[in-house]
Design a protein around this ligand. Structure first.
Ligand SMILES: C[S@@+](CC[C@H](N)C(=O)[O-])C[C@H]1O[C@@H](n2cnc3c(N)ncnc32)[C@H](O)[C@@H]1O
Ligand code: SF4
Ligand code: SF4
Length: 323
């Protein structure tokens, strides 16, 4: 059924099937690469549980099949299990992206309704705690991973590469091997006025991602496709299909394509429906125009674009990695 929906969206309607939701703007960490924790007072009111249920109803009606929660730190939301359970009942594939601090204590409540748990780890040693501004967070994230691994939820690690951790790639790969949990890498995105000084040069990125490719080819469980990694090792260009693949909803309900500094807002979920947006000429024109854009480096944008382009190597790689 989900496959049919995805195919219909890909070949007929060209509207997004993936919903990402910034479920809370609150965060317990103070990361050096991410300024979201600083912005929580700007957003203040997250969508209520009832509003999230309505959001999920609307997403289902518009033919979406996956629901990813992030933040802020999603595990700070007490009602997260209820929300994920509701999403599962509606038939969504559910993903949680977390810094892992509360993972061990909340694992039992959350994993029954979570298909994929992405745990962010940027270094395998004390640098991780320093980068996240939270003492003990690496140990807690690892303990959480160990506990989640015993459930049916698939667990992966995600590492953001900046100037701070260029020399931690091997350590991260060893940690992934030791935990027997696949790992994904992506270059740090710029948060203007916050982390520019941590951006790697193209040369550093090229060297780092060439190394990651070698490790992947030698058998390390790197989730990224070779084609994604080559965007940095060979500085390739891609055609962006991300706005046709997924749509983001912010903490207080703004519906956005291209999150971050490049975002385009289509309205608020409390006042409009996804179908209205996806069927509009404005949306279709925007998606077409954005095919020429190459601004983003994050894996969700590039990998989804490569999948949408029906790149056979990427599709095979994804199937192999996830099953
Ligand atoms: C914004 S966080 C939200 C979820 C949760 N708080 C966490 O840290 O996993 C989502 C993902 O973005 C990553 N991230 C942080 N700063 C980033 C940046 N500047 N560029 C790209 N990804 C970044 C995080 O490591 C995490 O994997
Ligand atoms: S990366 Fe995650 S944990 Fe770190 S500040 Fe951003 S939202 Fe918080
Ligand atoms: S590359 Fe451009 S079009 Fe694609 S998601 Fe990023 S900002 Fe949007």
């Amino acid at each position: 059924m989900k496959v049919m929906t995805v195919l219909k969206n890909r070949f007929v309607s060209h509207s997004p099937v993936m919903l990402t939701h910034l479920i809370t703007s609150l965060c317990n960490a103070r990361c050096k690469t991410c300024d979201l924790w600083k912005k929580s007072s700007e957003y203040r009111t997250d969508l209520s549980k009832e509003d999230v249920f309505k959001l999920l109803e609307k997403a289902k009606k518009a033919g979406m099949v996956s629901y990813t929660v992030w933040g802020g730190e999603p595990l700070l939301r007490k009602d997260l299990p209820e929300i994920l359970q509701f999403a599962k009942k509606k038939g969504f594939i559910t993903t949680v992206i977390t810094n892992g601090f509360f993972l061990k204590e909340r694992c039992e409540e959350i994993t029954p309704f979570t298909d994929l748990m992405i745990v962010s780890i940027d270094s395998n040693d004390s640098l991780h705690d320093k980068m996240r501004g939270v003492e003990g967070i690496l140990k807690r994230a690892i303990d959480g991973i160990e506990k989640c691994k015993k459930t049916k939820t698939k667990v992966i690690m995600n590492s953001v590469i900046s100037k701070l951790n260029l020399d931690k790639i091997e350590g991260l790969l060893e940690l992934s091997k030791k935990l027997n949990v696949p790992i994904a890498f992506e270059p740090m995105d710029i948060n203007p006025g916050y982390n520019e000084h941590l951006k790697t040069t193209n040369k550093e990125l090229k060297t780092a991602f060439s190394r990651i490719i070698r490790y992947k080819k030698s058998g390390y469980k790197v989730i990224n496709s070779i084609q994604y990694l080559q965007n940095f090792s060979k500085q390739k260009k891609y055609v962006c299909h991300a706005p046709k693949c997924y749509i983001a909803v912010s903490a207080h309900g703004k519906i956005e394509s291209c999150v971050g500094t490049n975002s385009k807002c289509w309205g608020n979920i409390k006042e409009t429906s996804f179908e209205e947006i996806f069927n509009s000429l404005d949306f279709k024109d925007f998606c077409k125009k954005m095919e020429m854009c190459n601004k983003c480096n994050v894996s969700c944008v590039i990998e989804s674009s490569l999948m949408y382009s029906l790149n056979p190597w990427v599709i095979i790689d994804k199937i192999k990695n996830l099953y």
